[in-house]
Design a protein around this ligand. Structure first.
Ligand SMILES: [Zn+2]
Length: 469
């Protein structure tokens, strides 16, 4: 019969064909039109207006009735307008942080509560991933425009709620995951001495240089997209056979601080977007000194099974009682040395083992949930008083996501305008799945996790001495 070699060649050819087919189907997405929005979304907020009388803020909502697709925007500018409108309706205070001019801004809506408790919800650290977090924020703000919640917010025990809308506006507006300087912002939140350390480390310490040929091609050899797809899938299979997919993933997500045109580039100093975040939360609001308790949620997309979310805490030295805050959804995922990474998903076992969304991240530095939240925002709080959580929604197969990242990065640096546009759109499709079911899952789970964070923050008893009041 067939030899092992023949079988492996056939399997490889089959995977290449399947991969190409998936990419060919790319244009078949279901973005909702303005007409749909006007026709079917007008009364959508009924689900958010109908508050179920309940002791728990989490159970006051009928999640399965929320038409999540209605909260998704068509592009960055649409998202910004809707966020600002929703913030105004919720009587939130708005701040705008421009990148260079007012054309691209990170917008922040603050619903003031206690100055000792903060609930911070962040979207769009990775530009194209911003659609999901933006939709969740617009939904939550719409909820807070409800009189029932407005009244509840006046209660002194409510935390100050801060929505940071699109940390990386350039990326979202231009279908890029990175910022205007090709920087992956989730590798960029480092202190000065930490930058020095990563810049001077051995570039290949996690295998980045080994896979450079795969992730940073300098040319696409053919003039036909299909042939290039076959070529790059072939390369992926070769690299996967040589190094293994886990190695490739780890080498990529560990970041690079030496190749400014490469994937996963973390920069050599804090980016403008990073400064904006620091300026507001640390300088202006002085959260680091005022806060006795912080819950930070940072929404991303791209890893894990489609439409499911992984809640992850890349934490310090001790385990928190996460299970009680996010019941059922949480389970232990993996251990990496002194660090632990917890991830879990409802209705799936993808949260466990080396194939989980967060596997391979043990060497990653400069993230919002770890470095920014723990070291910059609230360095003086202990682990019991700060909960820094990443919520990551799966989109498509990991290999497809990796390939679209590689191709888009190639097109941005070496391609013509048409190629930039084409591969940019593909990248967007990799991190934002335009189906109704995906959008509903994202909004329903996103809102629920947000309210779980709020519930925890509301009920957390903090010790504040007389002088601090
Ligand atoms: Zn991300």
């Amino acid at each position: 019969m067939f030899s092992l070699r023949t079988i492996s060649i056939l399997v490889s050819i089959l995977s290449i064909l399947i991969g190409c087919l998936i990419l060919l189907l790319d244009p078949i997405t279901f973005p909702i039109s303005l007409e749909y929005r006007e026709k079917f979304c007008l009364n959508n907020n009924d689900a958010l207006k109908t508050i179920i009388s309940s002791d728990s803020i989490i159970d006051s909502i009928q999640y399965d009735k929320i038409k999540g697709e209605c909260y998704f925007s068509s592009d960055y500018y649409d998202a910004r307008d809707r966020f600002i409108n929703a913030a105004k309706k919720a009587d939130a205070t708005l701040y705008h942080f421009p990148l260079k001019d007012n054309n691209l801004t990170t917008d922040v809506a603050i619903i003031e509560g206690s100055h000792h408790k903060y609930l911070i919800h962040i979207s769009g650290v990775h530009g194209t991933e911003g659609y999901a977090g933006s939709a969740i924020q617009i939904t939550a703000l719409e909820l807070f425009s409800n009189d029932y919640y407005k009244k509840m917010i006046k209660d002194k025990q409510f935390p100050t709620i801060i929505f940071v809308h699109i940390v990386n506006p350039y990326g979202m507006a231009n279908n890029r995951r990175v910022n205007e300087d090709n920087i992956d912002l989730n590798r960029n939140f480092l202190l000065l001495d930490e930058f020095e350390k990563v810049i001077n480390r051995e570039p290949n310490f996690a295998g980045y240089k080994d896979i450079d040929f795969l992730i940073n091609p300098t040319l696409l050899p053919y003039s036909y997209t299909l042939l290039n797809d076959i070529h790059s899938f072939g390369l992926t299979i070769y690299a996967a056979a040589k190094y293994g997919l886990s190695f490739i993933k780890k080498a990529l997500v560990s970041g690079n601080y030496f190749k400014p045109t490469g994937l996963g580039y973390g920069g050599i100093r804090l980016s403008k977007s990073g400064f904006n975040l620091k300026e507001l939360l640390i300088e202006q609001l002085n959260i680091g000194n005022k806060a006795k308790s912080i819950v930070l949620l940072d929404v991303h997309t791209g890893l894990g099974p489609s439409g499911k979310d992984t809640l992850a805490q890349l934490a310090g030295k001790r385990k928190r009682s996460i299970e009680s805050i996010f019941p059922l959804e949480y389970e232990k995922s993996s251990y990496f040395g002194y660090k632990y990474i917890i991830g879990g998903m409802k209705e799936s076992n993808y949260g466990t083992g080396p194939n989980s969304a967060l596997s391979g991240y043990d060497l990653t530095v400069g993230t919002v949930t770890e470095d920014f939240c723990l070291k910059m925002l609230a360095p003086n709080l202990n682990d019991d008083s700060r909960l820094c959580i990443l919520q990551e929604f799966g989109t498509r197969d990991m290999v497809i996501v990796g390939k679209t990242l590689t191709d888009e990065n190639w097109a941005y640096h070496y391609g013509n305008n048409e190629q930039k546009k084409f591969y940019g759109k593909r990248l967007k499709n990799s991190f934002f799945v335009e189906t109704t079911i995906w959008k509903r899952n994202v909004v329903r789970r996103g809102l629920k996790v947000f309210l779980q964070g709020l519930h925890y923050s509301l009920n957390e008893i903090i010790n504040i001495s007389e002088t601090q009041l």
